[in-house]
Design a protein around this ligand. Structure first.
Ligand SMILES: *[C@@H]1O[C@H](CO)[C@@H](O)[C@H](O)[C@H]1NC(C)=O
Ligand SMILES: *[C@@H]1O[C@H](CO)[C@@H](O)[C@H](O)[C@H]1NC(C)=O
Ligand SMILES: *[C@@H]1O[C@H](CO)[C@@H](O)[C@H](O)[C@H]1NC(C)=O
Ligand SMILES: *[C@@H]1O[C@H](CO)[C@@H](O)[C@H](O)[C@H]1NC(C)=O
Ligand SMILES: *[C@@H]1O[C@H](CO)[C@@H](O)[C@H](O)[C@H]1NC(C)=O
Length: 556
């Protein structure tokens, strides 16, 4: 009898154990899908940016030898390119990808854009600055067009300093851009120049954060424009609040705790959290995630790949109290891209677990994207999403698309295009990561047919009300939010100028029979909150985003 009841108990316990294991497995179910869009973009997407005409600009470096996009005619001489062409100008190094047709076309770069920077100007033109060699002081413009005939235009004027591995911030006041840092360049400059005699301005902070013997570790500084008009600059492990109008450091923030470094070639990443109408856009918080261990760059040179940093730090940069709050990602990571999603969550994607940035300096691709929910309780903010199958290490990139997918491209830790006999070959496949919020089961909650009613060209002045109209087959959730997203210029794990704002709304009118909703949304109050230019407007209904529409904020 006793034996039998023991057996019964054992069986019962086993059933409970199996059930809880299953529940645990369910909890661990990794959401999201991966979609292969193209087997080859022809050109490594070392740099990537989404234009307001729903195309994506991708480019690498002209000095990398032949790309996989062979031109029919040499871009330099116009001569026919022969099949075994060794002529450099017979290969494209920049392409434009059309999101809806899934096609690419070649574009022409005159000088080398290797490890350069960029930002969208207020009219939607992509400004691109610097690079390497004969490209290091160049300024290039790409003005998006609908007929597929536009191309890069290189400016006659040059920058004052060579900017290789610099970062850009679009400025709120004059439509210009600030370009900060670069290899062995400890200064910043305005593009265009403020006056004909204006040159580069020394920035001692870049000297102070420079690891002379440890692989630099302060290139591609993280820049975030605070809503008070000052610029947050983070390099290596330190950060300042900088008044670029007066060339003055306003604040020096505490050093981020922990060892290692966060900036190139240690290459963690950073975001500015969504700015919200609820606090009048006055609270600004930033986050830095990942990076490389102390000495990782040198160790990688000897074939030893040190474990990357697992920690993130977040800090409020407005107010008077500044303290990094640290938390751990599910794993160590560097060369990670950080993308703000329409509801304000942060996607951490691409990169490696060990080593440093640079050619063949990393190992252990980070295939699992992480989702970070900033407003959840500490300890429950991170989750792991559906794993990728393609390694995206050095020179890869990722960008949020207006339809809610994340375009993922590039990766090439090799000096040239190499597809054989290397651990991590040149990666030309183009993918989209499709987050769970796009799942069919959420379609009924998804606002559709979003339109913005503005005068003429989708432009809205600061502080003005505008009408948004959309269709939803059911009553909207109490939590309907309106977000606008500044499309970044992405390279080397930085999404320059990326920011998301949550705007206030009122006067919702719903035609219950037909499902149409009209609502009044208020534009951001000032260019410090949202520098002028195009933004992706999204309606988020109970966490489920609509497809975005472009809207432009302009000065009165
Ligand atoms: C990529 O190539 C594979 C193998 O040749 C093929 O089966 C697949 O259809 C291609 N995918 C795309 C998106 O072109
Ligand atoms: C820039 O340099 C590259 C490679 O060094 C060369 O192929 C190209 O012709 C140069 N372009 C100009 C405009 O000098
Ligand atoms: C790769 O290695 C094999 C075997 O050594 C060799 O035959 C082949 O040519 C190499 N491929 C390239 C692109 O170097
Ligand atoms: C929304 O737009 C789609 C595509 O343009 C169209 O087919 C559909 O009928 C529209 N929905 C409504 C409710 O008008
Ligand atoms: C919503 O806006 C549309 C377009 O401006 C207008 O025709 C319609 O009457 C409005 N509906 C309501 C209920 O206000």
């Amino acid at each position: 009898m006793a034996a039998r009841s023991h057996v019964r108990l054992l069986v019962k316990l086993m059933i409970i154990a199996i059930a809880s294991l299953e529940r645990a497995a369910l909890c661990r179910a990794k959401t999201g899908q991966w979609q292969l869009l193209l087997n080859s973009t022809g050109v490594v997407a070392m740099h990537m940016a989404v234009t307001h005409l729903n195309t994506v600009i991708m480019f690498d470096q002209t000095g990398a030898g032949p790309s996989s996009y062979r031109l029919r005619r040499s871009s330099a001489s116009g001569r026919r390119c022969v099949d075994d062409s060794s002529e450099e100008s017979c290969y494209a190094h920049s392409v434009e990808y059309d999101i809806s047709s899934n096609n690419i076309r070649a574009m022409r770069l005159e000088t080398d854009t290797w490890c350069s920077s960029g930002s969208f100007l207020r009219d939607g033109t992509l400004l691109q600055t610097g690079g390497y060699g004969n490209g290091s002081r160049r300024i290039r413009h790409f003005r998006p067009c609908r007929d597929g005939r536009c191309d890069w235009v290189q400016s006659e004027t040059a920058m004052s300093s060579r900017r290789w591995y610099a970062s850009n911030q679009i400025l709120p006041e004059n439509g210009g851009v600030l370009v900060v840092g670069g290899r062995r360049v400890f200064s910043y400059e305005f593009v265009p120049k403020l006056s004909s005699t204006d040159e580069s301005h020394d920035l001692p902070f870049l000297h102070q954060t420079y690891d002379r013997n440890g692989g630099e570790n302060n290139l591609y500084p993280f820049l975030h424009l605070s809503s008070d008009g000052n610029l947050f600059i983070f390099a290596n492990r330190d950060s300042i609040l900088f008044d670029y109008k007066r060339d003055k450091v306003v604040k020096k923030f505490p050093q981020i705790p922990g060892k290692g470094s966060r900036s190139y070639p240690s290459s963690g990443s950073s975001v500015i959290f969504p700015l919200e109408h609820g606090n009048k856009f006055c609270k600004v918080e930033v986050m830095v995630c990942g990076g490389a261990a102390t000495g990782a760059h040198r160790a990688a040179g000897h074939g030893k790949f040190l474990k990357g940093l697992q920690s993130c730090g977040r800090m409020v940069i407005t107010g008077d109290e500044h303290k990094w709050k640290m938390e751990d990602m599910p794993g160590p990571r560097l060369m990670n891209d950080m993308i703000i999603l329409p509801m304000g969550h942060v996607l951490i994607i691409n990169g490696a677990q060990r080593g440093s940035a640079g050619w063949n300096n990393a190992a252990g691709p980070s295939l699992v994207p992480y989702l970070y929910k900033p407003k959840k309780k500490p300890g429950s903010r991170f989750s792991m999403l559906k794993s990728a199958k393609i390694a995206r290490l050095y020179h890869s990139s990722a960008s949020l698309l207006p339809d809610g997918r994340i375009l993922v491209a590039g990766g090439n830790p090799n000096q040239q295009y190499m597809f054989e006999n290397v651990t991590y070959p040149t990666e030309l496949r183009l993918q989209a990561f499709i987050p769970n919020y796009m799942d069919r089961k959420y379609h009924k909650y998804r606002p559709e047919n979003l339109t913005v009613e503005t005068q003429g060209d989708r432009s809205v002045k600061y502080g003005e009300d505008f009408t948004v109209r959309f269709w939803l087959g059911r009553r909207p959730s109490k939590a309907v939010e309106f977000s606008v997203y500044a499309p970044p210029f992405t390279t080397h794990s930085l999404s320059m100028n990326q920011r998301l704002l949550k705007l206030s709304s009122k006067n919702m009118v719903r035609d219950a029979a037909k499902g149409w909703v009209n609502i009044t949304v208020k534009a951001p109050p000032s260019p410090n909150v949202a520098p002028p230019g195009y933004y992706m407007l999204t309606v988020v209904n109970g966490g489920i985003p609509s497809t975005s529409q472009w809207i432009r904020f302009i000065h009165a």
